[in-house]
Design a protein around this ligand. Sequence first.
Ligand code: NFE
Ligand code: MG
Length: 574
Amino acid sequence: MSERIVVDPITRIEGHLRVEVDIDENGVINDAFSSGTAVRGLELIVRDRDPREVWAYVQRICGVCTTVHALASIRSVEDALQIKIPRNAHLIRDIMNEALFVHDHVVHFYHLHALDWVDVVNSLKADPAETSRIAQSISNWPKSSVGYFTDVQNKIKKLVDSGQLGIFANGYWGHKAYKLPPEINLLAVAHYLEALDWQKEIVKIHTIFGGKNPHPNYVVGGMATPLNIDGENGVNAERLYQVSDLIDQANEFVNQVYIPDLLAIGSFYKDWTYGGGLNNYLCYGDFSTTDIYDTKNYRMPRGIILNGNLNEIHDIDLKDPEQIQEFIDRSWYTYDGKKFEGDGKHPFYGETEFNYTGPKAPYKTLDTDKEYSWIKAPRWREQPMETGPLARLMVGYAAGKQEIVDIVDDTLKRLALPLSALQSAIGRTIARGLETVLITDWMRKDMDELFKNIKLGDQGTLNQTNWDPENWPSKAQGVGWMEAPRGALGHWIDIEDGKTKNYQAVVPSTWNASPRDYQKKLGAYEAALKGTKLLNKEQPLEIMRIIHSFDPCLACAVHLTDLETKNSTEIRLG
Ligand code: NFE
Ligand code: MG
C-alpha cells in the first residue's frame, strides 16, 4: 500500500516547483516526481534578434542568479564569432560572478534553507548567556554579547506573542526532526537577521562594475565598465577601493559567521544521512586563471563523475551532439511537432514547443505515468546528473585540486565524517559553504590582479574587433558555459546572417529538477528523495530539507509564467 503526498508549491525557492511522493506504510518514500509548473518562453523571444543584444533578454530568465544568463549569453556569441576579451574584462566578469556566488550562497543558507534545520520558536527557550558563550567559542565575530542575543530573543518573543510570525510564518516548528539545542537555534536566528542586512551591501559590487543590480550591464567583447582611475566619473580609484572593502567584508562574514554557523548546525545533524541520490556529478568548470577556453586552468575543474566513482573523471564536450541532450518523453513539449520515444536533442538542434497534456486545474495529483513537467530532462550520454556545489567539490576533489582537497579533508576531520557523508542533503549544504570560502578568496585575488593591471596602465575592458555583422560568417554556432551558483550553465546560439536563428539555455535547475527520461531514469531531486522516511506526513519537513539542499530555481529551470496556472499554497495529502 502506498500513499501519495503532494507539496505544491515548495516554498522558499525561486519559482514554482511541485513534488509528489509515494510513501509506504512506514512513511518511507518509495517513489518521487519533480514537476516545474510554470513555463517561460525566453528562448523564443530572442529569435531573429541581434546576437549582441540577446544577453539583455535572457538575463531576465532569473532575478536570483542575476548575472549568469547574461554572461553565458555573451560567452556563446564570443565563442561563435571568436572574439577574445581583454584581461581586465575577464577579471571583472569573474569578480562579479564570485560576488554573486557569495551573495547567493549566504542568502540560501540563512533565508532559504536554515529554517529546515533551525527551530525558530524553540530559540525562545535559549539562555542568551550560553548562546553568547558558544558564539565567542566558535568565532571572533563582534556581535556576540549576552545583551545582543537577549535583544534578538525579545524580538522573536514579540513576534510569537503577536501570533504573526511574519518572515518566520509557516514553519514546522516543534517537529521532531529538529535537533538543535535552543542556544544554537537562537544563534542562527540572530544571524538570519544579520545576513539580511549584509546581503544588500555586497551586491554593490555589481552596481559599481555593471551599473545596477539586479541585472547589471554586460557587453559582447568585454565589459561595459568605464575604468578611469584618476577621473571624477566612471569607475575611479574611490569606486575600486569600495569594491575592495566589500570583498574584505564578505570574507569576514563568510569566515566568521556563515562557516562557524554551518559547522555548528551540521555537527548536530551528522546522522541525518538522507538525500544523496544519483551520485552522478556534472561540472563544466569555471574561474580560469587565464581565459575561459583554457579548461585545464580552471580553479573549479571541469568533469563528470559517474556512480560516485572518484577514480575516474570523464571529460565533457559541450558541442558533441552525442553528449548533452534534452529529452522530453515526460515533459510537456514536442519535437518537430511530435513525440518519439527516446528522442533527445542536442541544444544546437533544440526546440521549445509547448504541448500541455496534464490535468485541468484544479487537480489533486498529476498523471505521473505520463508527462508531468514543464522541465525538460537534460542528460549527459543519456545519464541523469546532479550539478551544483556538491558536484563541483566532488569533481575538484577527484581531480586533486589542492585547495579543494585541503578544505574538504579539514572539514571532514573536524566533523569526524567520511567523504561519503557528503553525498547527502547536509553534505550538499556543507559543500556550498566550503566553495564559498574558496570563491571569496579568489575574489580577493582577482581584485588584486585588477588593481595591479590598472597600476601598470592597462585600463582596457572592451575589444570590438569583429563587432560588425558585415564581417561575420553567414553561419556560426557558439556555446557559452560557466558555473552558476546552482551548477553548470550552458547557452547555445545558432547565428545566421547576423541574426539569432536558434537559442537554447540548459540551466542548472533543469538538470537537478528534471523529470524521468524514456529509460525511466530519475532526475536528481527525484533520486535524492527516495528512501527517506517522513516522521510526520502532515509536515513533510524531510522533503523540504532534501529539495532545499539543491537550492532550486524554477524560473531558471523552465525559463513567463503561464497565467492560466493557479498554484495553491497548501500541502495536499492525496
Ligand atoms: Ni535562477 Fe540559476 C543559478 C542559473 S538556476 S538561479 O545558479 O543558471 O538553476
Ligand atoms: Mg532551455
